[in-house]
Structures are given as C-alpha cells and as structure tokens.
Design a protein around this ligand. Structure first.
Ligand SMILES: NC(=O)c1ccc[n+]([C@@H]2O[C@H](COP(=O)([O-])OP(=O)(O)OC[C@H]3O[C@@H](n4cnc5c(N)ncnc54)[C@H](O)[C@@H]3O)[C@@H](O)[C@H]2O)c1
Length: 490
C-alpha cells in the first residue's frame, strides 16, 4: 500500500516519514480496523455467519440451539456449570434423550464450565433454568450466577440474549445493570435482547428453526441486532416492541395452557361424578370449527415450564397489586390432580375388596409427558410419594427412565419389564404417562385392573350403568385370565 492510499494516513492527515509517525500510523490503522459502528459490524458478521455464538446453559433449550447455530455454519462455544455435561458434549456425546450422539459429535462444539472464553463470543445466549423457590416464588439464582460469571468477560460489541422464561422486567433488572457495570452503553456498544424459547420436548421434529421466534431488544438497535442473530436460526421472527412485552408473551402462552388444562381437569372430575366419559365430551366439543381448542386431562402438570411459569406471573401480579385469580386457580386445580388420581385408584380397589394399603400398583410412565425422559415436576413423582405414604408396594415401567433416584418423598425405583406374569400379579396398573412403544392392548390383556389418567383407552365403549360407574370396556383383544379387565378413568 502506498502512503497516500493508506486509509489511516488519509484519515489522520499524518505525513509518513516524520519521527515516531510509524507508531502513530500503526495506531491509526488499528483505529480504522475497530468497528465505527459496533451494531453494523456485528450484523455483518452475523449475516456472514462468522460471528461466534456463545450458549450459556446446555440443557433442553440451550443444547438444541447451540447445535442449530453450529449446523448453520456459525462457530459456537457452549458453557455449562455441569462439568459432566461439558465433558460429554466435548467428547461428542449427547447428555440428553432425544438428541443423538452423532449430531453432537458432528457439531464439534467447544464447551467449557469456565466462562473465560465468553470474551471471544460475539453473542451470548443465556438458557439457564428459572425454577421456583420454596414458596413458589421466582428463583433467578441461575440467571444471576450466569451473568455474574460472564461479567468479567464482557466487551464492546457483544450481544447478550436471555432465553430463559421469566417475569416481565427481568432482562431490564438483571442484564442491563451488568452491561452498565462493564462500562458498556446498551444500544450503542452492547446489545440486550430477550428471545424466549418455544421448545416442545418429545416432539421428534424439534422446534428450533421450525417455530416462529419472539425477539425484543432494549433499544431499536438491540432489536435489529436480535433479528440478525436469530434470523438464520429461527423459522420466522416475531419482533415484539419491548423486552417486558416479550417476557409477558412467553408467560401468557404457558399460562394459557395451564389454565386450559386446569379447566379440563376440573371437567374430568365433574364428568366422573356424572358417570360420563370426559374424552367423549372433549372429542364431541372439538368438532366445533371455531372458538374451541381441545385440551386433554391428565394426572397433573409436569416439566420445567407449565407447572412453574404461572407462578412467575402470579408473583409479578401480586407485586403490582392486581389479581391473577385464573392463574393461581389453575395452579391449585392442577396441583390437586395427583391426590385425586390416588383417590380414584383407592376407590377402584375398594370396590373390588382390596385396600390401597399393601396393594401392588404398577405405574406406567414416570416422565412428565410421552416421548421424554424428563421427570422434573412429573405428577408421577407426587403419585409415588402419596402411594409410599399409604404403604403401597409401587413399581413402575418407563422405557425412557430406566431408574429413578429417591426424590421429593418418592422412593428409589428401577423400571420393571412389562412381563405378563408381573403385570397380572399387580392389584392395579395406573397409566400416568403413555410412553411411545408400550403395548397397551397387551397390558390390558394381563392387568387385573387399569386406572387410566390419560384416556389411553378412550376408544373403549362407555358404560355408565349404576353397577359399573365410570368404567369403560373396549374392543381390545380378549383377555386370557381373569375374564374381567375393567378400565377406570382417573
Ligand atoms: N425445557 C423446555 O421445554 C423449555 C421450553 C421453553 C423454555 N424453557 C425455559 O428455558 C430455560 C432453560 O430450561 P431447560 O429446560 O433448558 O433447563 P435445563 O435444566 O435442561 O438446562 C439448563 C442448563 O443450564 C445449566 N446451568 C445452570 N446454571 C448455570 C449457570 N449459572 N451457568 C451456566 N450454566 C448453568 C445447567 O447445568 C443445565 O445444563 C428455563 O427458563 C425454562 O423455563 C424450557
């Protein structure tokens, strides 16, 4: 390059050749290489897929997201405080059911328990848990801890996106002060984004890249950076006007589900009292082509989201002094379902002269929903706890949960094979979660009594006569022995 064509020279009007001017030129050249507009620079590198994406928290949300960015050609760094998880991912093994080892190995993610490598990341996406505290209040310890660990490694030009589900105001209260403390001006030289995940665990097609994604920024520039960050990875983007609005949208989506499941669980109890098959009622209602959406009753709510998120909204509403009656009621109705199910089981056994105490009960499915290995908040755990307290000899079968370590008052157990003799030796089989691959017709052929919380046997004809209240019998293969195999809805 000739001196006259050197942009630094042109910029500064410095005459080369003067004593000390070389250093000045070097500095000036450096200055020219530094981004004049950090947002534009980051967007260009996001579009070129050369920006390094850091994902903090490599769980059900973070790992699929990290893999998605890696598969799109971005350099990706993962962070997780769980050293075992970091080790597995680094070795190309998947720590999660539903994500194949080969996919993790092919992505070749760099993963660390230490956050030092965060400095090299252009965007940091936080996907850590947001559970409840002992009084069902938001427990943002993981978000706070992740931000505190990132703080020393933040730099000019980075974007920080929060994906964890949380109450409106969290990104402003937690992320913005950390950026300010690092001397960064939000919207100018660092970018704060909120973009919640809409993961659907157990869905074999996955959701990342298929489902529209909400995105909001602390400033209009932050939103533009957020759109550039998520644009390639998301199926479609739904920009939302503010961080708080996006946080509330996510909670509303999950509260909508919790409230409707609470309603249908209440309908189930009313149907049982009327001697009606609640599944028939729902199926018939679902033929209405407008203004109705079917939800299915069950043994209660499980997973990391639907049982938890309503309490985040209720907590915020209490702080604001506004009612959140629906939200709290749904929580109460759904939380009461495991006890209701145990009551139905007790009554069904009682009608056959078998006391619940000392009975042999086989639970089908321990995970909180079909197709997942996740037992977090699973109603099966609460059912196991209640049964243990009543002296029941409980066992379970779940092809995705080979063993369960004692937790929340439920005993340690191992999944039992569905051996016909073992099934026939049980006083009752309690269907909690219909995992894929279970032969429910065979189960019915061998079980002495089935108590069905999920409507697995809903194709069975309904009998509502006084002699067999609330029981169903269906067109399943004729059982060997005993001749009478009732199914009770619970
Ligand atoms: N699982 C879902 O279906 C789902 C769906 C939508 C939204 N969400 C939300 O996404 C967030 C994450 O949920 P998840 O199911 O992926 O949780 P998860 O427990 O599966 O994964 C969280 C990961 O974060 C790690 N972690 C915890 N604290 C950390 C810290 N300080 N620094 C780094 N890593 C840390 C954990 O070790 C774990 O690997 C939650 O807010 C949840 O409500 C979850």
């Amino acid at each position: 390059m000739t001196p006259s064509s050197d942009p630094a020279t042109t910029l500064l009007g410095t005459a080369p050749g003067r004593p000390g001017s070389l250093d000045l030129l070097r500095q000036a050249a450096e200055a020219v290489r530094l981004p004049q507009d950090p947002a534009a620079d980051l967007i260009v590198r996001l579009e070129a897929r050369t920006a390094r994406i850091g994902v903090v928290g490599l769980g059900y949300v973070g790992l699929p997201l990290a893999l998605r960015f890696a598969e799109l050609g971005f350099p990706v760094t993962g962070f997780d405080i769980d050293a075992g998880r970091v080790e597995a991912i680094t070795a190309g093994r998947s720590p999660l059911h539903g994500i194949a080892d080969a996919r993790v190995a092919a992505a070749g993610l760099a993963a660390y328990a230490d956050m030092a490598a965060a400095r090299g990341c252009d965007a940091l996406i936080i996907c850590v848990p947001t559970p409840l505290g002992p009084h069902k209040e938001p427990e943002l310890g993981p978000v706070r801890a992740a931000l505190a660990a990132l703080a020393p490694h933040l730099r000019h030009g980075q974007a920080i996106a929060l994906e964890s589900t949380t109450y409106p105001g969290t990104t402003e209260e937690f992320v913005l002060p950390v950026l300010a403390a690092a001397g960064l001006t939000v919207g100018k030289d660092a970018f704060a984004i909120y973009s919640p995940e809409r993961e659907d665990p157990g869905n074999p097609e996955g959701t990342v890249g298929r489902v529209p994604k909400l995105v909001a920024g602390a400033t209009p520039t932050c939103l533009t950076v957020g759109q550039a960050l998520y644009g390639p990875a998301a199926g479609a983007l739904v920009p939302v006007s503010s961080l708080r609005a996006a946080e509330l949208v996510k909670l509303y989506e999950n509260v909508f589900r919790a409230v409707n499941i609470g309603l249908v669980n209440e309908l189930k109890r009313i149907s049982h009292a009327l001697g009606l098959d609640v599944q028939e009622v729902i199926d018939a209602a679902a033929t209405k082509p407008f203004g109705f959406m079917p939800f299915r009753p069950g043994p209660g709510l499980g997973g990391h989201c639907i049982p938890v998120d309503p309490y985040y909204l209720a907590w915020k509403a209490r702080e604001l002094g506004v009612p959140s009656d629906f939200v709290e009621l749904a929580g109460r109705v759904n939380d009461a379902m495991p006890a209701y199910v145990v009551g139905r089981l007790r009554d069904a056994l009682d009608a056959r002269g078998t006391p619940l105490r000392g009975a042999r009960i086989l639970l089908i499915g321990l995970a909180y929903k079909p197709g997942v290995a996740d037992t977090r908040e699973s109603p099966a755990i609460e059912i196991l706890r209640l049964l243990a307290g009543r002296g029941v000899q409980a066992a379970y079968h779940d092809p995705l949960v080979p063993r369960f370590a004692a937790a929340h008052g439920a005993p340690a157990l191992e999944s039992q094979p569905l051996d016909p003799a073992f099934v026939a030796a049980q006083d009752a089989v309690l269907v909690v979660t219909p995992q894929p691959g279970i032969d429910f017709a065979a189960l019915r052929a061998h079980a002495r009594l089935i108590v069905d919380t999920r409507g697995v046997y809903r194709d069975a004809a309904v009998e509502t006569g006084a002699a067999l209240p609330f029981e169903t019998r269906g067109d399943f293969p004729p059982p060997a022995e005993p001749a009478y195999h009732p199914v009770i809805q619970a």
